[in-house]
Design a protein around this ligand. Structure first.
Ligand code: MG
Length: 288
């Protein structure tokens, strides 16, 4: 089986971010160099809410990626004002659920989609937020309509649109995907998020959602000690996901896209953990 557009099947990649937020000030060239130097040549680009999407910035990103033959498979859209400080704060601030920023974030999503198109990125993804589980709730219906419009915008740009998993149990997400009813909608499966949010066993969720897999994160973590609070993210292999079983399950689901490492800490420890994770995933993908 072949992988995604010129990539090897299950090629190991990295989730990384545009500069400007989180105290990391660097040019696109410096960022892509820093990522490449870890030994990966594909990944997902997180686009901060404050990231410059203008033509000069787009040209700089294009050049930084092309000069290293680095393939970005997804642009991950973040928004101004989001916070993951706790689950209740996440529910109030993340994605399309907060009504007061909904319109502005819809517009921003289109801008990121157009920016990604100019970089040749074939997919868009985001955390849509903690959707009210009642499908008749006004906020649920508003977000459903918005996601359909985002899918249609992405389709015009030749892109898929992936929902990050974790905030809700698989069954609810599945119901939402069916309600959206667009050919280019799917998921970016994050096994650790299922654990960190306490939303269900990741491998069971993967089985339920496997027909909708567009891309995946390789991330690990431990279950919440107190219901309603976050579990703890860990280095890959040190949490409750079970990486060998996860990679095997992805293979079983027919997934051939990249194994994109996500390690949500910063600094030298992050780079050390990423190096270890690359080694672990390369050994697991070679077992198949
Ligand atoms: Mg993730």
């Amino acid at each position: 089986m072949t992988g995604m557009r010129g990539l090897e099947p299950l090629q190991v990649g990295l989730m990384f971010w545009t500069g400007g937020d989180l105290g990391f000030e660097a040019t696109p060239d410096e960022i892509v160099e820093s990522v490449s130097s870890l030994g990966v040549s594909c990944g997902q680009l997180g686009v901060h809410g404050n990231a410059d999407l203008g033509p000069v910035s787009a040209a700089a990103w294009r050049s930084a990626l092309e000069s290293r033959d680095f393939r970005v498979v997804t642009a991950f859209t973040g928004f101004r004002g989001e916070s993951y400080a706790s689950i209740p704060i996440c529910a109030r601030t993340v994605g399309y659920v907060p009504a007061d920023t909904r319109e502005e974030r819809e517009r921003r999503t289109y801008e990121v989609s157009d920016f990604a198109r100019d970089l040749g990125i074939p997919g868009l993804a985001t955390h849509i937020g903690c959707l009210p589980s009642n499908p008749d709730a006004p906020d649920h219906l508003e977000v459903l309509g918005l996601v359909r419009r985002v899918c249609d915008h992405c389709a015009k740009n030749g892109q898929t649109f992936a929902l990050e998993t974790g905030q809700e149990p698989a069954a609810e997400l599945l119901e939402f995907l069916r309600a959206v009813d667009r050919p280019n909608i799917g998921i970016n499966f994050d096994p650790a998020n299922m654990i960190l949010y306490g939303s269900g066993e990741p491998l069971e969720a993967l089985e339920a959602l496997k027909d909708h897999l567009l891309t995946v994160h390789c991330k690990d973590g431990t279950w919440p000690e107190t219901p309603g609070e976050w579990g703890r993210e860990t280095p890959l292999g040190a949490g409750a996901v079970g990486m060998a079983g996860y990679v095997e399950a992805l293979r079983g689901a027919g997934y051939t896209g990249p194994l994109t490492i996500e390690r949500e800490i910063v600094g030298e420890e992050q780079r050390a953990d990423i190096r270890e994770a690359i080694g672990l995933l390369n050994s697991l993908r070679n077992l198949g």
